[in-house]
Design a protein around this ligand. Structure first.
Ligand SMILES: C[S@@+](CC[C@H](N)C(=O)[O-])C[C@H]1O[C@@H](n2cnc3c(N)ncnc32)[C@H](O)[C@@H]1O
Length: 291
């Protein structure tokens, strides 16, 4: 099975203006699609991912560039991009990419617990070294904390009835499985044909378990200082919470005189990409260039 279909691949590589011999940091190497395109153009890549499965897959598929030291891999969190870059002598780079969120692999591997369609333990950790799993949040948070989580990180309009149903179900036994939680949510919200009613709650839990918004907020100012003059930071986001952070951070960088926002409006996928890969439909690419 394809590990992950890269989103906005051509657009991102064009924006990074990849040049042979220059250094690039891929902070979310995932299935390696974007990194592979940078390598093909002769760029040198420092590839980071929190997920050891992703890195094992890259090691298998990119043996030659690894052997040639064209690709360096590190398990780590992009919130530590400054330290990781320094340790690997990637301190003044031509481009940085953050392609946020999970890869298709995470949804395709039932035991990772990201998908409401596959029966699995409620896990959702991208980094298996993290201690708190989605199931811990579902069973430990108070009703008000659940409501706040589903509202803030899932923008779920039925947060209150869902939290009430979870508390009731929890009184009988802990909620441990993805499908169990999906069933509880289904009972709590009015029927809709459009999207699975569990979508937003699963998104909220995933963002919380992996601390995704704080990681991004922390990483962006560090990333921008690692760019050489004319170097570009490209960020692909998949929902409005992330996109808002990217947009605001870029505005702050511009106001601080650090460089220019290249994408006054975000770049979004063409219709044919959305048709071929429905996950791309919410993607937004924003680019900042260092002065
Ligand atoms: C959308 S995928 C990247 C796909 C990649 N661009 C490609 O073309 O195959 C996102 C990847 O980022 C990783 N990730 C998410 N948050 C991270 C973080 N804070 N630090 C490092 N890696 C992270 C995930 O484990 C996942 O493998």
């Amino acid at each position: 099975m394809n590990y992950h279909t890269s989103v906005l691949l051509q657009e991102t590589i064009a924006q990074l203006r990849v040049a042979a011999g220059k250094q690039y940091i891929d902070g979310t190497i995932g299935g390696g699609g974007h990194a592979g395109a940078i390598l093909e153009k002769g760029g040198l890549v420092l590839g980071i991912d929190v997920d050891s499965d992703a890195l094992a897959n890259i090691k298998k598929n990119y043996q030659l560039p690894i052997a040639n030291a064209q690709l360096i891999l590190t398990k780590g969190n992009f919130k530590d991009i400054d330290t990781i870059a320094r340790e690997n002598e990637f301190e003044s780079v031509a481009g940085i990419l953050l392609d946020l969120g999970v890869s298709s692999h995470h949804f395709d591997e039932p035991e990772r617990g990201f998908s409401f369609g596959h029966e699995a333990l409620l896990d959702m950790r991208m980094d298996k070294d993290l201690r708190v799993k989605a199931g811990d949040l579902v069973n430990v948070l108070t009703k008000n904390e659940l409501i706040e989580l589903f509202t803030k990180l899932g923008e779920e309009p039925f947060a209150r009835p869902i939290a009430t149903h979870i508390i009731e179900a929890r009184k009988i036994k802990p909620i441990t499985m993805t499908t169990e939680l999906a069933e509880i949510i289904k009972k709590a919200v009015p029927y809709t044909k459009k999207i699975n009613p569990a979508t937003k709650v699963f998104q909220a839990l995933r963002i919380a378990v992996n601390d995704e918004l704080n990681n991004l907020t922390e990483a962006l100012p560090k990333a921008v200082t690692l760019l050489e003059s004319g170097g570009r930071l490209a960020v692909i986001s998949f929902h409005s919470l992330e996109d808002r952070i990217v947009k605001r951070s870029f505005l702050e960088f511009a106001a601080d005189g650090l460089g220019t926002i290249i994408t006054k409006k975000p770049i979004i996928p063409e219709n044919n990409e959305i048709k071929a890969n429905s996950r791309s439909r919410s993607a937004k690419l924003r680019v900042f260039e260092r002065i």
